[in-house]
Design a protein around this ligand. Structure first.
Ligand SMILES: [Zn+2]
Length: 225
C-alpha cells in the first residue's frame, strides 16, 4: 500500500513519517532527503536551496518519476513533501497510472496555526545535532545541551515572524491540494493536536485496517463510510 503524508510545518509530520516507514516497512520517498542528496552532486539544486527558493515543479516531478520507475517499491511507499501543489498532484496521478500503482490514503496531520507556531518557535538545537523544545523536550539546564553542554540556539527559520510567513505560504499552496484530495476521497484528516504517540495510533490503526481488509478497494474512506 502506498500513502501520502502532509501537514503544516510544526504539525509533526517528519516524526510521524519516520515512525510509519519503520513500523510498516515502507520506502520513505521524502523530497527533503532527495534534495539533500541531490545538493551534493547537482549544481542547480544546490544553488536554489542555498538561496532559499523552492525547487521548481518540473525538477521535483522528474525526481519522483525517476524514483517510481526505478521500482523496488513492492512493500509500498510513503510520499513525504510531495505533492506540494495541485500541478504536482496531477502529475503524480499520471505517473502512478503508468506504473500501475495506487495511493491508498492521504494523511493530513492537522494542527491550527497557533499550535504550529508554538511548536516551532519553542525549538532549540545544538551544533552537536541534539534538538529540544522549551516546553515539550526541555534540556536539564535551561539553554544548555544535555549531551555536550554547549549553548542551545534557535534557528532563524524557527523565529516567529519567519514561521508565520512559512505557514501562510504553506496554507496558500496547500489548501487547493487538500481540496483536490478531498474530491478523490483519499483524504484522511488526522488530529495533530494530540501527542506523538496518539497521532501515530490514529494513523497506524487506519493503515492496519486498510492492509488487512480493504486490500483491493484502495480507499479508507469507502471502508469507513
Ligand atoms: Zn550538544
Amino acid at each position: 500500500m502506498n500513502y501520502i503524508i502532509m501537514g503544516l510545518p510544526g504539525a509533526g509530520k517528519g516524526t510521524q513519517a519516520k515512525k510509519i516507514v519503520e513500523g510498516f516497512g515502507l520506502v520513505h520517498l521524502s523530497t527533503g532527503d532527495m534534495f539533500r542528496q541531490a545538493k551534493k552532486s547537482d549544481e542547480v539544486i544546490s544553488k536554489l536551496l542555498a538561496s532559499g527558493q523552492l525547487v521548481p515543479d518540473d525538477i521535483v516531478i522528474d525526481m519522483i518519476k525517476n524514483r517510481l520507475a526505478k521500482g523496488n517499491l513492492k512493500n509500498g511507499f510513503l510520499l513525504d513533501g510531495f505533492p506540494r501543489t495541485v500541478k504536482q498532484a496531477e502529475e503524480l496521478d499520471l505517473m502512478l497510472k503508468v506504473e500501475n500503482m495506487k495511493i491508498a490514503a492521504v494523511f493530513f496531520v492537522d494542527v491550527c496555526f497557533d499550535e504550529a507556531i508554538k511548536r516551532i518557535v519553542g525549538r532549540r538545537v545544538c551544533t552537536c545535532g541534539a534538538s529540544y523544545h522549551v516546553d515539550f523536550i526541555p534540556p536539564k539546564i535551561e539553554g544548555k545541551c544535555d549531551i555536550c553542554g554547549k549553548d542551545l540556539i534557535q534557528r532563524d527559520d524557527d523565529k516567529e515572524d519567519v514561521v508565520k510567513n512559512r505557514l501562510e505560504v504553506y496554507e496558500k499552496q496547500t489548501r487547493p491540494l487538500i481540496d483536490y484530495y478531498k474530491k478523490t476521497k483519499l483524504f484522511v484528516n488526522i488530529d495533530g493536536s494530540k501527542n506523538e504517540k496518539e497521532i501515530f495510533n490514529q494513523i497506524s490503526r487506519l493503515m492496519i485496517v486498510n492492509k488487512i481488509t480493504v486490500k483491493n478497494t484502495g480507499c479508507l474512506l469507502c471502508y469507513f463510510a
